[in-house]
Structures are given as C-alpha cells and as structure tokens.
Design a protein around this ligand. Structure first.
Ligand code: ZN
Length: 242
C-alpha cells in the first residue's frame, strides 16, 4: 500500500524552514516527493520560481496535469524542520499522489511557501498558472491540510466557495472559520477553492487538538493513521473530486 510511504517521508528532515528551503537545491523533502512520484510512474513538471521578498531562496511547485476541471493541492514546505510534520502536511502530499493514481483525470499541485513567514508564495504562483490556463479549465480546487487522522470525519473552512456548497450538500460536514491557508489566496484571485481537514471524533466530540500539535514534535508519525488516510482519500476526497 502506497500510504506506507508516509513512514519514510516523516523521517526526512529539511535543513531549513519554509523560506530557506531552496537556498542550495532541492530540499530533502522535495527530493523524496520527486522520487515517490517517479516510483508511481506519474508525469509531472517542477516549477522553480523566485519571490521578491525572499530573494536568495528558490521555491518549487510540482504540477501533475489531468484532463478534468478538478484540482487537489497540498503544501509541501514545513515551518519546523526538526519534527515529523506528519499531519501538516506530509499526509496530504501522500494522499494527493494517491488521488492521482486512483483518478488520473484529477489535476494535482504540490506547492511551496505556505508556512510562516511565506504565507502563500506557492499558491500565488499556482493562481497565476491556473489563470494563464496551464492546466486548461479549472472549476474547483480542493486544498488538503491535515488529512492524516480522522478518516470519514472532516471539516471545511468557511470561505464561501461554490465547492464548499457542493461539499455541504453531499456530506453535511462541520464548516468553521479557519486560520490562513492557500485556499484564501486562490479565492482572492477568483479561483474557487475549499480547504479540507480531517477531524477525529472521540465520544461524539470533535478533537481539535490536532490543530495545536502542528509545528511541534507532537505532530509525529505515531499521531496519525494510514488507515484514516486511506478512508479520507478514497471515501471523501476522491468523491469530491470526481
Ligand atoms: Zn499546513
């Protein structure tokens, strides 16, 4: 099962946080992602770009084109290079690659520069590539954030997108106000997008403690579940994007 890749991915340590990842060359995590895509025999293109604020650094988006008008995205950069970053956002990278394997028509973008202090450098670049029709017509973008634990249970960010309404009709999930995420950048550029996060339910109560673990050692491989990743990807995300 390719979801197992998460164990090796979480062992990979970048040497810097989000805004210095590309100083030398591909970061260790980026190399791991590229190797995994190669092993899966998927076609992709790596977009290397600069930002006027973080001048000495390069950023990298990875695009896997599909024939539909649906797209899934996940950010690959990390805030704290000294922890597993399992739920934020390693699990979502693996889940995105699995989505592509399960339905090759889905467009995928693995993007850089989400974490502080970058706040959406990769999604700004993605927005301009969507607008210039790199992927053809894109109707909805589903942004996977923290999709390593929770399985069938999830919430979506309250951003007022058409995709949000579509998901509410089909799944009736929790809809909550969320902190900064790449969907906000896309919505600003008139690209319809929703952020989705898996949410464990314990004794009928949503366990929001997943949010407080991010960027710390508590966001470890032991704190997520590959079975939940599989359920989320195949029962929820795949349906939303089909
Ligand atoms: Zn994140």
């Amino acid at each position: 099962m390719i979801y197992d890749k998460i164990y090796d991915f979480c062992k990979v340590r970048n040497t810097h946080g989000a805004y210095k990842n590309g100083i030398d060359e591909y970061s260790p995590r980026l190399k791991f992602i590229i190797n995994t895509i190669d092993e899966l025999n998927l076609n992709y293109e790596i977009i290397k770009f600069n930002d006027s604020i973080f001048k000495n650094n390069y950023f990298y988006n990875i695009y896997l084109k599909g024939n539909s008008d649906m797209m899934a995205i996940a950010h690959h950069d990390v805030y704290n290079p000294n922890c597993d970053n399992a739920n934020d956002n390693s699990a979502s990278i693996i889940n995105c690659l699995l989505l592509k394997k399960l339905n090759p028509d889905i467009n995928i973008a693995i993007i850089d520069g989400e974490e502080p202090p970058c706040f959406g450098i990769g999604s700004k670049r993605l927005a301009s590539d969507i607008i210039s029709k790199y992927f053809g017509k894109i109707k909805h973008v589903l942004n996977l954030e923290l999709t390593g634990l929770g399985g069938n249970n999830f919430f979506i960010g309250k951003l007022g997108s058409r995709l949000e309404n579509k998901i509410i009709k089909e799944f009736n999930p929790l809809v909550i106000s969320v902190p900064f995420n790449d969907s906000m950048i896309l919505m600003d550029k008139n690209i319809d997008s929703t952020v989705i996060t898996s949410l464990p339910i314990i004794n009928n109560i949503p366990d929001y403690s997943i949010m407080s673990r991010i960027h710390t050692k508590l966001d470890s491989i032991d704190s997520i579940s590959i079975n939940d990743m599989k359920i989320f990807t195949e029962k929820i995300a795949l349906k939303i994007l089909s």
